[in-house]
Ligand binder design. Structure first.
Ligand SMILES: [Zn+2]
Length: 609
């Protein structure tokens, strides 16, 4: 450029980036020097990191990337005031190299395609990992952005453009191992299938049967490894359900996480069948039976060594056997009142209701509103060595050693009602009935309460007062309801804001009024809104908590329960006695910054009065 002058050359943008290092492989000194030049850290901090890791940078046997060594020092950025963790340092490195930063989300990686692009040895030698395979280009992640020696070879081999991104070195190392091991197991498992898929299916099943009788076979081990990976991976991702779904040529695997399904893997059809067979063996199902739905349970361990139960259910579909596994995680099913999302007032009201020696306590809400978690957690709180806690459930979601649990089995006429009848002969103190859905069960609950037992159960109604009218619709006379029901709690689960990234937002007065009408509640000083970060998979929400409407049946309210009682009047009286509607209870969670107005409006019915 003939016109380029000195002033233009010293424009701040190009100067703000430190020079590229002299070698292509980064050393700790390269990184520290560049961090100092960039104004991220001071010279003294750099010296400290360097002397702490004397020799580490030049030590080739060290598997640690220099960025990881800097991350260990947990320095504070002089530019942003934030801690220089590995993820932030990786972003900084991407910026330095002028390459996009990339976060590897294992749920979005097409593992088989990645393993086809380059060998494990090649990926390991160059510390790279293909992360997206497109029609004309592939995206390759590396934590060595200045190393280019592998690009030519790879370009020639795949005949596609190569786009480079910078990713966290720890992730690259971990996922390379995981993805390639998995791809390898899938390959080996399908390797012996040359004789056609039909023959293959039988083959694998025979092999699995051998495995069950403890004569290990190489092929069997691959399937075992895939199943182990699948389960660990689901726990890792906090999944609540695993779906294994056969299609025409592929078997899809999906996880449900915080209520939403994510596709995670596609196996060749016969490998998918082998996986299902292996799981059926583990769950003690009949492996040969594929035309009838079956269900079973299996117990395994999480990486932290805690036990987890899974409920397996199979269903024949046009393309083969579909399997769904529900993960019953004790950490999810058993919580303290705080973890359930009870505030102090909720807790006091709920404890008042459940501390009575006899009577009926009901929890209501639609499927998936967390009723079981509330019941288990409540039982666990009130159960003691002096009390006999018995349950009749369908299904038993979590096995708790402190309870005596019975499973409904309709095929042998063990129903909720007959179950309670049997339990009453077992000298119980507290009885939990999974659900009251017919008159017979309701009558058994009433009888148990009248004979001096505390009965906890669930009903499907929209709010707490409707539970009473529902009992009447089932055919329980009002005087028996007055004599037995202690209280009703309606509940919903709302997603809670991710504490790592939520931000404050101005109060939307109109939204607040919509939320709290017909009452007038003073608005909070500020709202909080979802942002999105790595922790919450960019959704802005992490985990869920309950919102509760707790109706305690005191003297005044009880007298309202008559043959001609009006639901509206009952509700009004309950409000007067201090019951808070689901939506108002949600508004309290909005005010304390736990969730958003949108989320409460999405899951709770409008307050009625
Ligand atoms: Zn977040």
């Amino acid at each position: 450029m003939p016109n380029s002058t000195k002033t233009e050359q010293t424009s701040p943008a190009p100067l703000s980036k430190p020079a590229a290092p002299p070698r292509s492989t980064l050393t700790l000194r390269d990184i520290c020097t560049a961090l100092v030049a960039d104004g991220e850290i001071g010279q003294e901090s750099a010296e400290r990191v360097l002397s702490a890791n004397l020799g580490a940078a030049s030590n080739h046997t060290s598997k640690r990337h220099p960025l990881e060594l800097v991350a260990i020092a947990a320095l504070t950025s002089e530019k942003s005031g934030k801690t220089l963790g590995l993820e932030r340092l990786t972003q900084w490195l991407a910026d330095w190299a002028g390459q996009p930063y990339y976060h590897i989300d294992p749920l979005k990686i097409d593992t088989p395609a990645i393993a086809r692009v380059m060998s494990y040895a090649f990926a390991q030698r160059h510390d790279i990992l293909a992360v997206e395979i497109g029609q004309d280009e592939i995206l390759v992640a590396s934590a060595e952005p200045f190393k280019v020696d592998w690009e030519g070879n790879l370009r020639q081999a795949v005949r596609k453009d190569i786009r480079r991104v910078v990713a966290n070195p720890e992730d690259i190392r971990r996922y390379s191992v995981e993805f390639y091991q998995l791809a390898n197991s899938v390959n080996k498992a399908s390797g012996s299938q040359a004789g056609g898929i039909k023959a293959g299916q039988q083959n694998l099943e025979q092999l699995l049967d051998l495995g069950a009788s403890d004569s290990a076979d190489a092929n069997d081990q691959h399937v075992v490894r895939i199943v182990d990976w699948l389960l660990q991976y689901a726990f890792d991702q906090r999944a609540s359900d695993i779906h294994i779904e056969p299609r025409r040529t592929l078997t899809h695997v999906r996880f449900r996480i915080d209520g939403v399904l994510h596709s995670v893997y596609e196996f060749p059809e016969h490998v998918g069948m082998a996986i299902t067979s292996r799981l059926k063996i583990l769950g003690r199902l009949n492996v040969a039976e594929k035309r009838r739905p079956q269900d079973g349970r299996l117990k395994t361990r999480k990486p932290d060594n805690s036990e987890v139960e899974l409920r397996l259910a199979t269903m024949p579909t046009a393309f083969g056997e579909k399997m769904v596994m529900r993960i019953f995680d004790p950490d999810v099913l058993l919580k303290s009142y705080e973890q359930l999302g009870f505030n102090r007032e909720d807790r006091e009201r709920w404890q008042e209701v459940t501390s009575k020696p006899h009577g009926i306590v009901l929890v209501t809400g639609p499927t998936g509103s967390g009723k079981t978690t509330t019941l288990y957690s409540t039982l666990k709180q009130i159960a003691s060595a002096e009390l006999n806690v018995c349950t009749i459930e369908d299904p038993i979601e979590m096995v708790e050693p402190a309870f005596n649990q019975m499973q409904v089995q309709t095929n042998i006429d063990l129903t909720f009602a007959s179950g309670v009848r049997a339990l009453l002969r077992q000298d119980p103190d507290i009885i939990m009935i999974g659900e009251i859905r017919d008159l017979e069960t309701a009558e058994m609950a009433v009888q148990a309460a009248l004979t001096g037992h505390l009965v906890l159960s669930t009903l499907h109604t929209n709010d707490a007062p409707s539970a009473l009218t529902r009992m009447m619709e089932l055919g329980i006379p009002p005087y028996l309801i007055r004599a037995t029901v202690l209280g009703v709690m309606a509940q919903r689960l709302v997603r809670t804001l991710c504490s790592h990234c939520k931000a404050t937002a101005p109060v939307d007065l109109q939204a607040w009024q919509t939320l709290t009408k017909p009452w007038k509640a003073p608005p909070p000083k500020e709202f909080h809104k979802p942002v999105g970060c790595l922790e919450c998979r960019n959704t802005g929400y992490l985990g869920r908590a309950g919102v509760y409407e707790i109706m305690t049946l005191s003297g005044a309210l009880t007298s309202q329960i008559t043959d001609h009682c009006e639901l509206e009047q009952l509700r009004l009286d309950a409000y007067r006695e201090g019951m808070k509607s689901l939506r108002l209870s949600g508004a309290q969670k909005v005010a304390s910054g736990l969730t958003t107005v949108e989320e409460i409006l999405r899951v709770t019915p409008a307050s009625q009065r």
